[in-house]
Design a protein around this ligand. Structure first.
Ligand code: ZN
Length: 182
């Protein structure tokens, strides 16, 4: 029996970055952008607020770009504080590298298993898809999706009853499959 599970974001991840004002390490995206056009050059930032003291951090989205080289659709979304754009930009590897940020996805996702009718099957094949690149340990997903404890999942791996082409104990943020035999 093949099951499809999906790891889906439920809200925006926090931004991991040190606050210059209070040394906290987490920011929450404000959902707002600041755009500054100077002659033909444009800068744009995504504004984030320190979760501890409220200090604003500006994450660079565009840096001294020629206005004509920026897609008009992107400009519109920046000016409109488009709600979906924040999530897209936070997950953009270029934006992450440029601002030296990482994301904290704790409590910002859920596992959608499409029901629990698989739990009493002897053998199940599960295909897990990630709707966003959310780093999670497969053993944790399997425990949650199959209603097992982490210790039970570890035992099934040791006994060869839970198999996958990926390392189930490490963190993963891309699609994988596994087979569980009981
Ligand atoms: Zn702070």
């Amino acid at each position: 029996m093949l099951k499809n599970w999906v790891v889906v974001p439920t809200c925006l991840p926090l931004v991991l970055r040190r606050c210059h004002a209070c040394a906290s390490e987490r920011f929450r995206a404000s959902g707002r952008f600041r755009v500054n056009a100077n002659h033909k050059l444009i800068d744009a930032w995504l504004l984030a607020l320190c979760t501890a003291c409220g200090e604003t951090a500006k994450l660079t989205v565009l840096e001294r770009m020629n206005v004509r080289s920026v897609r008009p659709e992107l400009l519109d979304r920046l000016h409109d504080n488009d709600p979906g754009l924040t999530g897209e930009l936070l997950q953009d590897p270029v934006v992450q590298r440029r601002n030296r940020i990482a994301l904290d996805w704790d409590d910002a996702w859920r596992l959608d298993t499409g029901g629990s009718d698989h739990l009493d099957r002897e053998v199940i094949d599960v295909s897990v898809r990630f709707a966003a690149r959310i780093p999670v340990r497969p053993v944790r997903l399997i425990a949650e999706g199959c209603g097992l404890s982490r210790a039970e999942v570890d035992r099934l791996v040791t006994e060869g009853k839970l198999v996958s082409a990926v390392r189930l104990s490490g963190k993963l943020s891309g699609d994988f499959t596994f087979t569980l035999k009981r």
